[in-house]
Design a protein around this ligand. Structure first.
Ligand SMILES: Cc1cc2nc3c(=O)[nH]c(=O)nc-3n(C[C@H](O)[C@H](O)[C@H](O)COP(=O)(O)OP(=O)(O)OC[C@H]3O[C@@H](n4cnc5c(N)ncnc54)[C@H](O)[C@@H]3O)c2cc1C
Length: 446
């Protein structure tokens, strides 16, 4: 059986690895971006000189050949589902028995005047990094970033590391406040400003102006102000990268429609990762989840199905992590930006440093539902287990030291959290010492 995978990101490459683990099928993995899989989340470190491109590769180059995963660097132009073939931009036609589409995302553009001028770009693909490096070398006196999400703040940090003054336009009245609760969002506003970025909240892009085909300024929509700049980063979200799939008979909406087995409307065709739109996502989950770890789970899941063990996609408990300059952010479970009525949200923030812990729980039962961490890292397995087991908030609070990665600090942070809880409730909970963990707990939580 010949399995073709279009896309070698985390979704496609995980599928390839697990199909190889579970079978002897022929595997061809195709990408027009790079021959070998790399970590997209590390692009910023390449720009900033902390890593070389080779360090971002998921495996050494020999790994794929040794595991009989045939890699092809080409763009797929078309898919013919009736004769089960695909057509590449190098003129080749390939036949498949099973096809996996894992083509990821592309940066959004919303039709602004001037959005195609030289010096205007998003940040998603390796080619974006290359053009950003070239633009920086050619001399940018000032840059503007449009959009206040995770990629926007990374781009701001990258340009700032090259000593390029950056103005950031964010439509909302506080950074990423459609995802972050008020306190965390405000912490990031302050941190962006403290890092020397000119953060303009409640401001949008009206148009981009150019001279000789290159960007020369932007006009702000609300203030009408014109800002001179040689570079504009468009970071207003991403959407599934499926233009060529829309030309085929495979059903699409915003993404490629797929059922819980990640099967598309076409026989023997599967879709994974950022490009898929689930027709029936789990309750509380979105139909498109463009994050690294869901791509990895989907890759493993589809490999099982293709290798004869039909397996439904189960995303597990929501998890995401990112970095806002040097503030690490982690979320486990459900932490809505606005706390619903049936949920109680406990929030502790360090008085002087950018560190915060938020724990949400169901008011009626006490079952813990989510964790938000800023500047403090908690163990994935511990938080996941507490949420999955609907552990009572007071049990969680007393055992918080189990979750902290830095035993040196848990007395300080978690101790403060317990103190806050006791003050709010009049109780006298005590933080259990990590050193008194039972053998079973040590086994479970590491
Ligand atoms: C700068 C940046 C930072 C990020 N940080 C985080 C983070 O901190 N945490 C997190 O969870 N997520 C993060 N993400 C998102 C995460 O990287 C993506 O969710 C993930 O990489 C998607 O994986 P994928 O395998 O679905 O697709 P992709 O990684 O996009 O891989 C798809 C591949 O298919 C190729 N392709 C597309 N069309 C074709 C075609 N027609 N022919 C051939 N090849 C094709 C693409 O070029 C690409 O190489 C970040 C993304 C970016 C850009």
């Amino acid at each position: 059986m010949h399995i073709i995978i279009i896309g070698n990101g985390i979704a496609g490459s995980t599928a390839a690895r697990y199909i190889r683990k579970n079978s002897d099928h022929d595997i061809t993995m195709i990408s027009g971006e790079t021959e070998y899989p790399f970590s997209r989340t590390a692009l910023m470190y390449v720009y900033m000189g902390h890593m070389k491109y080779d360090h971002t590769k998921l495996y050494e180059d020999w790994f794929w050949g040794k595991n009989r995963i045939n890699t092809v660097k080409a763009w797929v132009k078309n898919i013919n589902t009736s004769d089960k073939s695909i057509f590449l931009d190098n003129g080749q036609n390939l036949n498949y028995d099973k096809l996996i589409i894992a083509t990821g995302s592309k940066s959004n553009k919303f039709g602004w005047p001037g959005q195609d001028l030289q010096g205007v770009q998003g940040l998603y693909h390796m080619q974006d990094l290359e053009s950003m490096e070239a633009a920086s070398k050619s001399g940018i006196k000032k840059a503007v970033i449009v959009g206040g999400g995770l990629i926007g703040i990374e781009m701001a940090e990258m340009l700032h590391s090259s000593h390029i003054p950056v103005t950031m336009l964010v439509r909302e009245e506080s950074f990423w406040n459609i995802v972050l609760p008020k306190e965390e969002s405000e912490m990031i506003n302050r941190h962006i400003l403290a890092n020397g970025i000119n953060l303009r909240l409640s401001e949008e892009l009206l148009e981009i102006k150019g001279k000789d085909g290159k960007v020369s300024s932007i006009i702000c929509k609300n203030s009408g102000e014109e800002i001179a700049c040689e570079f504009v980063g468009l970071t207003v979200g991403v959407s599934p990268n499926i233009d060529f799939v829309k030309e085929t008979c495979i059903a699409t909406n915003r993404g490629i429609w797929a059922n819980e087995y990640l099967q598309t409307s076409a026989e023997d065709v599967y879709a994974l990762g950022d490009c898929v739109e689930l027709s029936a996502p789990n309750p509380g989950r979105r139909s498109i989840e463009a994050v690294w770890y869901t791509g990895r789970i989907m890759g493993k899941t589809v490999a099982q199905t293709i290798c004869g063990v039909p397996t439904k996609y189960d995303p597990g408990i929501w998890f995401n992590s990112a970095k806002f300059f040097d503030i690490e952010y982690q979320v486990y479970g459900d932490i809505p930006a606005k706390t619903p009525e049936h949920i109680t949200s406990l929030y502790w923030q360090h008085p002087a440093e950018n560190k915060a812990i938020r724990i949400n729980f169901e008011t009626s039962t006490g079952a813990v539902t989510g964790f938000n961490l800023m500047g403090i890292r908690y163990r994935h397995a511990v938080c996941e287990k507490w949420i999955a087991d609907k552990t009572h908030i007071e049990t969680v609070i007393e055992n918080l030291s189990l979750a902290n990665f830095d035993p040196e600090f848990f007395d300080q942070y978690e101790g403060e959290f317990v103190k806050m809880y006791n003050q709010k409730t009049g109780k006298s909970l005590r933080l259990k010492s990590r050193r008194k963990l039972s053998k079973v707990e040590q086994f479970l939580f590491g």
